[in-house]
Design a protein around this ligand. Structure first.
Ligand code: SAM
Ligand code: SF4
Length: 328
């Protein structure tokens, strides 16, 4: 059985983007009220007194957009300095990153994933649903700042949407050639905006690999991550190319993670709401952390049965929360 030691922590459900693939078009999302979010103190208590004692040692801060949480740098510092923390990383859309990159690094963050779905400002703005000023340059500045201050590995996440950004695969893959940047192509999932998914469908990683291989050749990389990506390299490139193929390939059997939402729900599987525990309400009702540890241990024990195992037909599942709400 896989050791489940990796927790993705959503710091906030809000976001300053409205990516087409992540949020339902038009509809207003019911954002959490401030008092519904786990406080910093509650989050740190859960990490130290519940998650670490049951075996979690690797944490990723995500959202929504994690950089919108005012205390993010402070939280990074506190989590990074826990002796049991073996790995701390973040997934961000990069919009606010440029001025924060150095403080995040100083606070102890070393690994960062930045979403970059397009190199064309117009396409990018269309994807992120921005009505006003273009935001591409801010994100690009964020990536450059992260590179300058020394985040390593620096990963760039691309969700591939047919007819929207799939003509840019080679240009995006080329970012891995001259710099040690790791570009990861993610198959579009029917979570968040299933209407768009129904209209456009998704592109299988195998097709992308073929395209890239026809252009430059592609070899399996020696550098393997601990996550679900299959990692390759353009011969001679400094960085790598990862393919996250949750639609075309089932990797539920090697799942090593759980997710904690910004309002304190511990979720054992991204694609399945069974088994969730409301840790925030428990804490606020005075349930002690010894009892919470026991509940999490029990959840860990049944996780293999909860894991979603029908990926090939997964397009029909009904997901009630978006990735930004779950903490993607
Ligand atoms: N706001 C941050 C960002 O965009 O990087 C962090 C949160 S976002 C929910 C985390 C990841 O989920 C991003 O890489 C995003 O591209 C991915 N994501 C969101 N909706 C998706 C979908 N329907 N299919 C595949 N990936 C999705
Ligand atoms: Fe926001 Fe990230 Fe979702 Fe885009 S993918 S809307 S940046 S949470």
């Amino acid at each position: 059985m896989n050791q489940v030691d990796y927790l993705r922590i959503s710091l906030i459900d809000r976001c300053n983007f409205r990516c087409q693939y992540c949020m339902p078009e038009g509809a207003e999302l019911d954002y959490l009220l401030k008092q519904e979010l786990l406080t910093d103190e509650e989050l740190l208590t859960l990490i130290q007194e519940v998650f670490i004692p049951v075996g979690f040692t690797r944490f990723r801060l995500t959202g929504g957009e994690p950089l919108l949480r005012p205390s993010v740098v402070d939280l990074v510092g506190k989590i990074a300095s826990l002796p049991a923390t073996q790995d701390l990383s973040m997934t961000t859309n990069g919009f606010l990153l440029a001025p924060m990159a150095q403080s995040l690094h100083n606070a102890g963050l070393r690994r960062i994933n930045i979403s970059l779905d397009s190199l064309e400002a117009d396409t990018f703005d269309q994807i992120i649903g921005n009505g006003g000023r273009s935001r591409w340059q801010d994100v690009w500045n964020g990536i450059q700042a992260a590179y300058r201050v020394g985040f390593d590995p620096l990963k760039l996440n691309v969700v591939v949407i047919p007819g929207v950004n799939d003509h840019e695969i080679l240009n995006l893959a080329a970012l891995s050639i001259d710099k040690q940047w790791h570009v990861r192509f993610i198959e579009f999932m029917p979570i968040g905006n299933s209407e768009l998914f129904g209209d456009l469908g998704w592109v299988a990683s195998a097709e992308l690999r073929q395209q890239i291989s026809d252009c430059w050749g592609l070899t399996a990389s020696q550098i393997r991550g601990a996550g679900p990506a299959d990692v390759f390299q353009i011969p001679g490139a400094k960085g790598t190319l990862g393919f996250i193929s949750q639609m075309s390939e089932c990797f539920c059997d090697r799942c090593n993670r759980m997710r904690l939402s910004a309002d304190g729900w511990l979720r054992p599987c991204l694609l399945n709401e069974n088994g969730q525990i409301d840790l925030k309400t428990a804490l606020r009702h005075g349930i002690n952390t010894t009892q919470l540890r026991e509940q999490v241990r029990q959840l860990l024990a049944i996780k293999p049965e909860i894991n979603f195992k029908e990926r090939d037909s997964g397009t029909t599942a009904a997901y009630t929360r978006t990735m930004s709400q779950i903490g993607g």
